[in-house]
Design a protein around this ligand. Sequence first.
Ligand code: GDP
Ligand code: IMO
Ligand code: MG
Length: 422
Amino acid sequence: MTKGKVDALLGIVFGDEGKGKVVDFFTPRYDVVARFAGGPNAGHTIIFDGKKFVLRSIPSGIFDPDKVNIIGNGCVIAPDLFMDEARELEAAGYALTERLHISRRAHLILPTHRVLDRAYEAAKGKAKVGTTGKGIGPTYSDKAARIGLRVGDIEGEFEEKYRALKQRHEQILRDLNYTDYDISQEEKRWLEGVDYMRKFRLTDTETEINRYLAEGKNVLAEGAQGSLLDIDHGTYPFVSSSSTTSGGVCTGLGVAPGAIGRVWGIFKAYSTRVGSGPFPVELFDETGDTIRRIGNEFGAVTGRNRRCGWVDLVALRYAIMINGVTDLVMMKSDVLDGFDTIKACVAYTKDGQTTTDMPYDTEGWQPVYEELPGWKTALTDIRSEADFPPAFKAYVDYLEQQLQLPIRIISVGPDREATIVR
Ligand code: GDP
Ligand code: IMO
Ligand code: MG
């Protein structure tokens, strides 16, 4: 048993739950913050002191100068995008090179991976996943096919390995008849990004993290995406390509199951999904539009409309089970301030059949709702639980009872300060 623990903060629905905000808020409690999965498909928003940052590959603990931040082996990294992101932080006064450590085992996203991402999507036509176009699927495919390039490769003879993999991709693109692309400019910046990455600490982060744990230090594992986008447990094939659930923390950082402490499951007071795929609680009416407008539900990475609906207890219970969630975090409660009534999906129904378990395929299932009174009060300036309007308190109690877990953190606005600990 290690002395320190790895707590995880995991998005337990379709992503964009507010992970960045809460990781930043939690950072003072930890010694190390580490990303274990995904790459620049993530967009994690952090707002404090009138400043706003959207992080993609860099962990959200980076704003605390005393903490080590790690990009773990389970991640994929695009050198050009990483360079842009890191330079923006450096320009804002955050020194990175000493305290941002990158796993040698993390895989590299090549420019041709991004082209392949587009080509596969185009070939799928109507059945497209609606990816972020960041090359995530093709990069994890190459990892699984054992032909990928890793961060550690840039420390040695790199150019030749790069050319070989690029040529392989070009051949696939020719086979797909997808030849109308030009990566020459992008490739130049990408190679510049590779060079830029060399000034960071490229380390065996699994050994480093385990050493911290042995010293009694505590680590916060920052999830990316959400449980329903997990490659195994999500709404396959409309998923991302990494393990976004708590099992992914172990493989994506190289820590043993016994080192895992608390598992924080983060969700919004309602539901959203960006990209294609089944979404039983999706609202196509004015209510959905209102949630989108008030919640500003437009993607942080692609600017796409997020699809909106009421909270989905079937999905939440499933994700709680898969992850072993110990504590809940509820975000964006303020977005529901104006509604007369609030609904919660307690079951799915299809062809006269009703289930509270997550079906193999959620396509075609309709939500069964329970309805609660709205609170019709602005929550965003509230800083103490004692000041919650009774109807909001009743909504929180209802969710805790339905999910059989405590909601320990309630967020009532995008700012770091708009966070209530219970
Ligand atoms: P992440 O990917 O899980 O880190 O979440 P995103 O940053 O993609 O999306 C969350 C969005 O909601 C961001 O624009 C946040 O600034 C915003 N946000 C976070 N918490 C709250 C909240 O409690 N209320 C409101 N209104 N916005 C919030
Ligand atoms: P954060 O970490 C929301 C979605 C995409 C698409 C599917 C596959 O900010 O919560 P990919 O590019 O990963 O192959 O796309 O997954 N997706 C996300 N949706 N938040 C994210 O990240 C997402 N990352 C990927 O929209 O449907
Ligand atoms: Mg996001």
